[in-house]
Design a protein around this ligand. Structure first.
Ligand code: HH2
Length: 293
């Protein structure tokens, strides 16, 4: 087992993210490509429910330049109903098994400890949990592995979260929640170098809350853990542009770019190729001459 990467000598910020057997350098922004194996995801529901189509999509995203794949078997769109464990595993496992030997970490988007245990045993390198490991048994399920962990903020739960989201100071409250979840992970013996935090755009937030969080992203980065931003095709972008979820590419690219400029280390996106090009331009303008991925 390799040693943990040393944090940057000057900023104390981690230089790399541990994700199972992978150590992902954080010197350039990383792209997490979304594979939704669901009938009801908000922008691509049903397109990749068939395992063959989901596997094709996963391979396409890797060719397009994804650094991490994120496979989800349960939609968390507003109003979505929970899916039983067996059903979620039946959706996720065929795809995980088909891509787990590719040379990149595979994340599974789940909030169920039972699913976490099975997918980690089956070769997942990361758990992306929209409830930040708050379910009973979730910390135990991931503690003994070296998997990466994405801790996301959500107010309420998917079925009802958009009914009346309310905050006094959304940035301060999301930051305090994430700081508390980082502390809970560390208290459970989980190394900080395995953690990623995420404000959870659209999860119990109005459009105004989402924009305030995007403006204030730097305040989350100050927690000393890489920030992931998931704005791809989200409804706030539709409200601003007046466009449906399949027609939000330009808005999603702008949002990804703005998130990285404000400190995001990872962007979670549906459209990997276009996002890669945008981030390459940003890096070139910033004079970042690191070798291409
Ligand atoms: N957003 C969605 C799902 N999982 N995970 C993280 N960490 N951050 C996010 O912003 C995030 C997430 C919702 O998007 P999508 O997967 O496209 O839709 P659905 O939940 O309907 O499957």
């Amino acid at each position: 087992m390799s040693a943990l990467p040393a944090p940057d000598r000057f900023s104390g910020f981690p230089r790399a993210l541990i994700c199972g057997s992978f150590t992902l350098p954080l010197r350039r922004p990383l792209i997490m490509g979304i594979v939704n194996v669901t009938p009801d995801s908000f922008s691509d529901g049903g397109r990749f429910l068939d395992p063959g189509r989901a596997i094709e999509q996963a391979n396409r995203l890797v060719e397009e330049g994804a650094d991490i794949l994120d496979i989800g078997g349960e939609s968390t769109r507003p109003g979505a109903d929970p899916v039983p464990v067996e059903e979620e595993l039946a959706r996720v496992l065929p795809v995980l098994r088909a891509v787990r030997d590719l040379p990149l970490p595979v994340s599974v988007d789940t909030l169920k400890p039972e699913v976490m245990r099975v997918v980690l045993a089956e070769g997942a390198s990361m758990i992306n949990d929209v409830s930040a490991l708050r379910a009973r048994g979730a910390l135990d399920a991931v503690q003994g592995s070296r998997c990466g962990l994405c801790l996301m903020h959500m107010q309420g739960e998917p079925r009802t979260m958009q009914a009346a989201p309310h905050y006094g100071n959304v940035v301060a409250e999301v930051r305090a929640f994430l700081a508390q979840r980082i502390a809970a992970c560390e208290a459970a013996g989980i190394a900080r170098e395995r953690l990623v935090i995420d404000p959870g755009f659209g999860f119990g937030k109005s459009g105004r809350h989402n924009l305030t969080l995007l403006r204030g992203l730097q305040a989350l980065r100050e927690l000393g853990v890489p920030v992931l931003a998931g704005l791809s095709r989200k409804s706030t972008l539709g409200t601003i542009t007046g466009r449906g979820s399949e027609d939000r590419l330009a808005a999603s690219l702008a949002a990804a770019l703005l998130a990285v400029e404000r400190g995001a280390s990872i962007v979670r996106v549906h459209d990997v190729a276009a996002t890669r090009d945008v981030l390459l331009i940003l890096r070139a303008v910033n004079g970042d001459n690191d070798p291409q991925p």
